[in-house]
Write a protein that binds this ligand. Structure first.
Ligand SMILES: CC(C)(COP(=O)(O)OP(=O)(O)OC[C@H]1O[C@@H](n2cnc3c(N)ncnc32)[C@H](O)[C@@H]1OP(=O)(O)O)[C@@H](O)C(=O)NCCC(=O)NCCS
Length: 316
């Protein structure tokens, strides 16, 4: 049922539409299918909504991708595990079975786990703010998806790939590092540094290991990945980066892994959204279970004029 509805739903979209736009719209529209019987005050209904969201997100995400490239949708194969099922919906063609290296599924599984939740980041706070109004979970998570879309949040791994493309070849890495250190140049190494983690991000340590495994095992031949590895090596031994504790972050490695798995750049934030859905909906449930929870209402500090006399329109 869901597949047929999605096909009809996407018909209104241009094939060039960003998959995040399609994902946000499709997730918000789930409330049109499921809202009627959903009581957000009922724990069993909340759990059902959480299961539905986590289960349907990969199906919708893969459908967004396939619609954008004009491929027919694939139904989820229930005999497969979560990640394998998603990879099949993304990449399987009707004419032959999909051959995927087990390391691809393992890497994706790891990324999904490490991206599942990360305290009060912008998108999670958005889900909680919308959820605090009593809005249904699909609308709340759709708001989280739109918050994630921005380059300062979920869009960062896309920025890493754009930077690697800009650097172009391993020979240009040295000059890129020099530019990143030059205070008169606004160029920064994307995927390095973190607002909160000033030592190595514990997640990045795990992802780095997997990233190297994926590249070795898949034997991908892509000059951009060579640029990434050379950049990592150069920055890790450069005094500027070492002194400022600027380590490659999760976005650096996750972008490289996605690229090696053949996932297109514009789908990177969608991948993040699939993983973060578990965190978003867990926060949504938690807030509904908190006794005395009230609507979110950030305070505003007024810094304008104390008094302003009215000036007639003709005299301004
Ligand atoms: C993540 C980030 C915004 C954190 O910023 P921050 O905590 O405010 O750190 P600051 O901007 O104060 O940087 C501290 C110092 O490191 C330098 N620096 C920080 N990140 C840098 C980078 N990616 N490349 C080059 N220099 C960098 C700053 O110029 C500053 O140098 P100074 O002390 O000589 O002035 C920043 O590191 C960054 O822009 N990284 C690249 C974008 C990115 O990967 N974003 C995804 C984050 S998950």
């Amino acid at each position: 049922m869901m597949h047929e509805s999605l096909k009809d739903f996407f018909k209104g979209f241009h094939h060039d539409a960003h998959p995040m736009a399609m994902l946000a719209a499709a997730v918000a529209s789930l409330s049109a299918f499921y809202h009627d019987n959903l009581d957000v005050e009922n724990p069993a209904d909340r759990k059902l909504a959480a299961i539905r969201l986590i289960a349907k997100m990969p199906t919708i995400a893969a459908a967004c991708y396939r619609y954008s490239i004009g491929w027919p949708f694939r139904y989820p194969r229930n005999n497969l595990e979560y990640v394998d099922r998603f990879l099949h919906m993304m990449f399987e063609v009707p004419s032959e079975p999909l051959q995927m290296s087990p390391v691809a599924a393992k890497a994706l599984d790891l990324l999904f786990i490490l991206h599942a939740d990360h305290e009060q980041n912008a998108s999670t706070s958005t889900v909680r703010l919308v959820g605090s109004t009593g809005a249904n979970p699909y609308a709340s998570v759709a708001a989280g998806i739109t918050a994630l879309w921005g380059p300062a949040h979920g869009g960062a791994n896309e920025a890493v790939l754009k930077m690697l493309e800009e650097i172009g070849t391993p020979d240009n890495v040295e000059s890129a590092v020099l530019r990143a250190k030059d205070k008169n140049d606004s160029f920064r190494l994307m995927g390095f540094g973190h607002r909160v983690y000033k030592n190595f991000d514990p997640r990045a340590k795990i992802i780095r290991e997997m990233c190297h495994k994926v590249l070795a095992e898949l034997g991908v031949n892509d000059p951009l990945l060579d640029v990434a590895m050379k950049l990592e090596e150069a920055a890790l031994k450069d005094d500027y980066f070492v002194e400022r504790k600027l380590y490659p972050n999760v976005d650096f490695y996750s972008g490289i892994i996605y690229k090696a798995l053949g996932i297109p750049t514009e789908m990177f934030t969608v991948m993040f959204a699939i993983a973060r859905t578990a965190g978003w909906i867990a926060h949504w449930i938690e807030q509904h279970e908190t006794p005395g929870a009230r609507i979110g209402r950030p305070r505003q500090i007024y810094t304008g004029h104390d008094v302003r006399d009215y000036v007639a329109a003709g005299k301004r």
